[in-house]
Write a protein that binds this ligand. Structure first.
Ligand SMILES: Cc1ncc(COP(=O)(O)O)c(C=O)c1O
Length: 404
């Protein structure tokens, strides 16, 4: 895949401008995106990369997908592409609300917003509205976004929280094993205290692709019902198909009371059982939420294409091939574990240093991956990925990761 020097001269210029004028955020390596096709991203200097990130799940159909291009073309001459979406109605808002209802639990309603963090903010607001300003229960290693409300329940890395004020919270361990001694921690809290909600991911994204134990999630569901506390599931990263089901919670045969999603949907969404509907108008609102007509049209198309092209099945099949190939690396050269659901796969290293070095080397060999958690690598390719592309990526990983 490597065609020229990385980073090339154009990339160096963009990065130089960024370093001078923009906040230096979470950039890992020097990719300056120009355009993409299928599962390939091309940088500004013409270097091509196989994408094992789908932009953290936000591009489930890869790039320049013909159906998406067709949808986008409809807006080329429509200057009213963005409206005050909770003051004025538009067809795209109604279409996306109707379309997403076909994949949500029966009877759920949706509120659209800009980002994943805001989807979580509104999920917790819906819970507070019903329960009052009580503490919320969330998990170790959780990531729910960086706005101050969502951040109060994020615990994946200290740098995300230091010096920021917090909403009251109680933290429980995110259990990945059924026999974890802390599996009943939420019940122990609720026996003695009131809470506004229990909030968790089912497979932790930013926290390192940690898959919750079956018992942990079914316990949370039972306890939430027993104590009358809403269970909020955050599907911002895992939702819309990456685990091989529309929602990661479907692997656990339970349903949330309130949930958040974003990324693959192109817009943020808070979905809730009608019994948690705030009732009063204006409790929730935003200028662009429900008003970004292009993103909502694309989000709806994403759902249609996943259904039509059976991409959930593809995610399950390709995820199996990917995991099998990665398992061969475990126990060698500092690779310690592989885990995940469907096409959301995490690879654990013995140190953050090795993980970061390997991420950069993979990039230089034309494969895009990202870090997650303390020392894991996340692999979340577009849902359209083929067996040949998975094998090509695995080939690069074997070569790069097995080199000392
Ligand atoms: C599970 C989860 N919740 C919330 C968020 C925040 O989403 P955003 O970055 O769109 O605000 C993320 C982003 O990575 C996420 O993975």
């Amino acid at each position: 895949m490597k065609t020229k020097t990385i980073p090339g001269p154009k990339a160096m210029r963009v990065i130089g401008t960024m370093k001078k004028h923009a906040y230096d955020s979470t950039f890992m390596y020097s990719l300056v995106v120009s355009h993409g096709h299928n599962c390939i991203i091309e940088d500004i200097d013409g270097n091509k990369y196989l994408d094992f990130t789908s932009n953290i799940g936000a591009c489930p159909l890869g790039y320049s997908h013909p159906d998406i291009i067709e949808t986008l073309a409809q807006y080329a001459s429509n200057g009213t592409y963005k409206i005050a979406g909770q003051d004025f109605y538009c067809q795209e808002h109604a279409d996306l609300a109707e379309n997403i209802s076909t994949i949500l639990p029966e009877g759920f309603k949706t509120f659209f917003i800009n980002s994943g963090a805001e989807a979580v903010e509104n999920a917790i607001k819906i819970a507070y509205k019903k329960m009052g300003p009580l503490p919320g229960i969330s998990c170790t290693g959780a990531f729910h976004g960086r706005t101050l409300g969502a951040l109060s329940f994020t615990f994946s890395r200290p740098v995300q929280k230091h010096n920021f004020p917090e909403l009251p919270s109680k933290r429980i361990k995110f259990c990945i094993k059924d026999d974890d001694p802390e599996i009943d921690a939420a019940e122990n809290i609720l026996k003695e205290n009131k809470a506004a909600f229990i909030l968790t991911e089912v497979i932790q994204g930013e926290g390192g692709y940690n898959v919750a134990s079956k018992k942990f999630i079914s316990n949370l569901r039972k306890i939430a019902t027993k104590y009358g506390v809403p269970l909020i599931l955050d599907e911002v990263q895992s939702g819309i198909g990456h685990t091989g089901k529309w929602w990661a919670f479907e692997h656990y045969n339970i349903k949330p009371d309130i949930m958040s999603t974003a990324k693959a949907l192109q817009v943020g969404a808070t979905a809730f059982n009608k019994k948690f509907d705030p009732g009063q108008r204006s409790v929730l609102s935003s200028t662009w939420g429900g008003g970004n007509r292009i993103d909502m049209a694309v989000g709806s198309q994403v759902i249609d294409v996943i259904k039509r092209d059976k991409l959930l099945e593809n995610a399950t099949k390709m995820g199996c091939i990917l995991k099998k190939g990665l398992l061969e690396l475990v126990g060698k050269k500092g690779v310690t574990d592989v885990r995940g659901l469907g096409l959301m796969v995490g690879l654990e290293f013995d140190s953050a240093l090795r993980r970061d070095k390997k991420l950069t080397e993979l990039f230089k060999h034309g494969l895009l991956t990202l870090g997650a958690g303390q020392k894991s690598m996340r692999i979340i390719p577009p849902l359209i990925i083929t067996k040949e592309q998975i094998n090509e990526g695995l080939g690069i990983m074997h070569k790069v990761l097995m080199k000392t």
